[in-house]
Design a protein around this ligand. Structure first.
Ligand SMILES: Nc1ncnc2c1ncn2[C@@H]1O[C@H](COP(=O)(O)OP(=O)(O)O)[C@@H](O)[C@H]1O
Ligand SMILES: [Mg+2]
Length: 263
């Protein structure tokens, strides 16, 4: 199998200059992480708050450049791309963040939020409206929503719009960073189902990030567990769930809500 996404020895260290001390405090947010994701599969990434999940997500797409390590997407090493090449490659991979309220500009009608993303994806102006309607339809919304502002939508609807926008450039790889954590439990399942439908329909590959291991186990083909920036567990979902190597994995599973645990 040629992996669609491969990550080799990825590290990210933040150094904060202290005003009072001459030394620099270093936070090793991600340490020497390696994994691979096959096309059209879902890798789940779990770990408690502060374990480095979001840092890993940003470093993976070089939104924040990694301190060391290599990332390949569709065989292309991202570090060797120039700025233009990276911008083009980023259309193939998108991140959906936890907070849909912060992700949408409150002053922009939905058609402009989507229009901007379509423009960035190189869609000619005359085609943008039709494509925006199509994007909304994919996430279960309609053309009547185009003229509205974000405040007119519920949290779940906003996350649908954020997902629609992420699809503007026809990406192949989505990083979903706590995509349902800010939503009511009753809405979470709807968004998860939508994400599963979209994956099937477009043959997408996901990195699905959550602090909730039972949710991760519900959707994932393979699972990685981050603890203090290290990948302490990684393997096929069945194996990680049935025979976890680390005590931390067990504790994380016990700490997560029971709703998805029937798998
Ligand atoms: N921009 C940053 N500058 C300095 N430290 C950061 C920055 N972003 C994250 N960190 C630190 O990196 C660690 C991992 O954070 P994060 O990746 O947000 O974890 P998670 O998403 O798992 O909650 C934390 O200790 C956090 O304080
Ligand atoms: Mg995070």
């Amino acid at each position: 199998m040629t992996p669609f996404v491969s990550v080799e020895g990825l590290s990210k260290t933040y150094t904060a200059r202290s005003l009072l001390r001459r030394s620099r405090a270093a936070t090793h947010a991600v340490r020497d992480v390696s994994f691979a994701i096959a096309r059209n599969t879902i890798m789940g990434l779990a770990g408690e708050s502060g374990s480095g999940k979001s840092t890993l997500a940003r470093a993976l797409v070089h939104l924040d450049p990694p301190s060391s390590g290599e990332v390949r997407v569709a065989g292309i090493p991202l570090a060797r791309l120039g700025r233009r090449g990276l911008r083009k490659a980023r259309r193939r991979m998108q991140i959906v963040f936890q907070d849909p309220h912060g992700a949408l500009n409150p002053r922009l009608r939905i058609k402009y939020s989507l229009g901007e993303a379509l423009a960035n994806a190189g869609v000619p102006r005359r085609e943008r409206r039709a494509r925006a309607v199509e994007l909304l339809r994919l996430v279960g919304l309609g053309p009547e929503h185009l003229d509205r502002y974000p405040r007119a939508f519920s949290g779940g609807q906003k996350q649908r719009i954020v997902i629609a926008r992420a699809l503007a450039g026809k990406p192949e790889f989505l990083i979903l960073d706590e995509p349902v954590s800010s939503l009511d439990v009753s809405i979470q399942a709807q968004i998860i189902n939508l994400l599963m439908d979209l994956k099937q329909r477009f043959g997408l590959t996901y990195l699905f990030i959550s602090h909730d291991l039972s949710l991760v186990s519900y959707v994932s083909d393979s699972i990685g567990i981050l603890q203090d920036g290290r990948l302490v567990e990684y393997g096929p979902a069945e194996q990680v769930l049935k025979q976890p190597r680390s005590e931390y994995t067990r504790a994380l599973f016990d700490a997560s809500p029971a709703m998805h645990r029937e798998r």
